[in-house]
Design a protein around this ligand. Structure first.
Ligand code: XMP
Length: 516
């Protein structure tokens, strides 16, 4: 792998993702990893990430210079660039002037920026600056605040840049990273969807063995569908998929799982109809956390019921279900690993949550993948676009999109409004620009309206279209007025008891994506 050493800024994960976009496998390691630990991983290259604003800051993480004794290609970014310069005998000066934001970079030769514009905008964020490159390095770019803004030593396969190539504000950054990987480190682009799928299928076969059985909870979402499809390829009918219909789904979702998923994978599926139970338990509850807790608990109960059924059957055949498949992704793994002290903003209920008293081994075939890679693998496995390109949808479903108590009638209203919004967004070709668009019913709010000759007193529907790369931060999507107009007209005309449509123009932070 290419190892990204995380010096504590929020950029390390993004760098790993960009490396993978260049078809090279990459993982994040903490800066506390020793040189021995790094070398033991046999990295194809090491990338040193950005970090605190100054290498002279109190408690600034240090770089062990012995990293450079092992003939490993190394690329330094921002703080990592300065740490690298310092460790190799260059000079890092505490200039006192901060260079922050969009900056012009002047390129002068070198391999990193070959074929790219000689002046180009880049994203900077630093206080100190490298004023002398270490011996053997060629200085290949400068900026107003960084006399050495890029350097490279091709013979030793070392290079670095002061700016952040991983962010979109550096428009040529991805090309620069790719050039480092290909031209300086000499790494072949083998991390492709088909190769990933093949490798993962083999890993699953190894883990589950020739007779093991597995069970997988399907939510209708991309992650669980792709995880299940991989495991199905690996062990065939020894996998049983369980789909709990809690009645909080959007229009057409149950059919999508029962028809499209089964048709494209041939997987064995059990559907649990738990609508009545969920709605009874949710009766009279309007507090968001209470809703989530009830849904989480009931989900596990229904899932366990189905598992017991499967277990009973296989016990009769002298076998047992031993493995539970989950669609955990890499960001969850990184975040829960480094999650010391992270506040519990909302208790996320992951569909397929592990029932505590059932002893399963976990199979998490996607635990090293990012969302876009999961989609690519899904396509490589032949899953239909309706499943693979699906927007994220929360486990607790429409229950957390009804502000107020959840009732059958309200769910029906919201389902209709949601279907209209989705239909119009798709028709306008906007799906690619939107991360997701929650449609929210403010069930406890009424406003006065006029329709036909009469006064109405109905509920508002909120549209919450957001753009995001990972749901950690998000911006509201600037949808065309004509599309908003069509959605608004149709919802107020077609959905009974809704007389107003409003647009949520809050970014995250401060708002979360969902309303509850
Ligand atoms: P928030 O509202 O926290 O949402 O900004 C971030 C992303 O997570 C989804 N979400 C959930 N997904 N169980 C899930 O599986 C949950 O309880 C849950 N709550 C929010 C949300 O749709 C968005 O994509």
């Amino acid at each position: 792998p290419v190892l990204v050493v995380d010096f504590g800024a929020q950029y390390a994960q993004l760098i790993a993702r960009r490396v993978r976009e260049a078809s090279v496998y990459s993982e994040v390691v903490p800066h506390t990893a020793t040189v021995e630990e790094i070398v033991a991983r046999k990295p194809a290259a090491v990338i040193l990430s950005g970090g605190p604003s100054s290498v002279y800051a109190d408690g600034a993480p240090q770089l062990d210079p012995r990293l450079f004794d092992h003939d490993i290609p190394v690329f330094g970014i921002c703080y990592g660039f300065q740490a690298m310069a310092g460790a190799l005998g260059g000079t890092v000066t505490h200039t006192g002037t901060r260079e922050y934001g969009r900056t012009q970079l002047s390129v002068d030769g070198g391999v990193l920026h070959e074929g790219l514009p000689t002046t180009q905008p880049v994203w900077m964020s630093h206080g100190d600056a490298v004023t002398d490159a270490p011996q053997g390095f060629e200085v290949t770019a400068t900026s107003a605040g960084a006399p050495v803004a890029a350097f490279e030593d091709r013979a030793r396969r070392l290079a670095g840049v002061q700016y952040h190539p991983e962010v979109l504000h550096s428009p040529h950054g991805q090309q620069v990273l790719t050039r480092f990987l290909r031209e300086i480190a000499g790494i072949a682009p083998t991390w492709t969807a088909a190769n990933i799928a093949e490798a993962l299928i083999e890993q699953v076969q190894e883990q589950i063995g020739a007779t093991g059985k597995a069970i997988c909870g399907l939510s209708g979402g991309v992650d669980s569908a792709v995880a299940a499809a991989l495991v199905q390829r690996a062990i065939g009918d020894r996998l049983t998929c369980v789909f709990v219909d809690h009645g909080l789904l959007r229009a057409g979702e149950r059919e999508q799982v029962q028809q499209d998923f089964v048709a494209s994978t041939g997987a064995k599926l059990i559907t649990v109809d738990a609508v009545d139970t969920f709605l009874t338990e949710l009766d009279g509850v309007s507090d968001p956390e209470a809703k989530r807790k009830i849904i989480g608990r009931e989900f596990i109960r229904s899932f366990e019921g189905a598992v017991t059924e499967v277990l009973g059957e296989s016990v009769a055949h002298g076998e047992a279900v031993e493995f539970l498949v989950q669609g955990t992704l890499y960001p969850d793994v990184v975040e829960s690993g480094g999650g010391a002290g992270t506040a519990n903003i909302k208790s996320h209920h992951n569909v397929g949550g592990l029932p505590e008293d059932l002893q399963f081994a976990l199979v998490e075939p996607l635990r090293l993948l990012f969302k876009d890679e999961v989609r690519a693998v899904g396509r490589a496995l032949g899953l239909p676009e309706e499943i693979v390109a699906r927007q994220p949808f929360p486990g607790p479903g429409l229950a957390i999109r009804i502000v107020g108590e959840v009732t059958r009638e309200r769910l029906d209203l919201l389902r209709q409004a949601d279907a209209i919004a989705r239909e119009e967004l798709t028709a306008a070709g906007l799906d690619g620009q939107i991360w997701q668009c929650p449609v929210v019913l403010l069930a406890d709010v009424r406003s006065v309206g006029v329709q036909g000759d009469g006064r109405t007193y109905g509920h508002p529907i909120v549209l919450r279209p957001v753009s995001s790369e990972d749901a950690m931060t998000a911006d509201w999507t600037r949808l065309p007025y004509e599309v908003l107009e069509r959605i608004s007209t149709r919802i107020t005309n077609e959905v009974p008891d809704v007389n107003r449509v409003v647009l949520d123009v809050t970014s995250k932070p401060p708002g979360t994506i969902e309303w509850e």
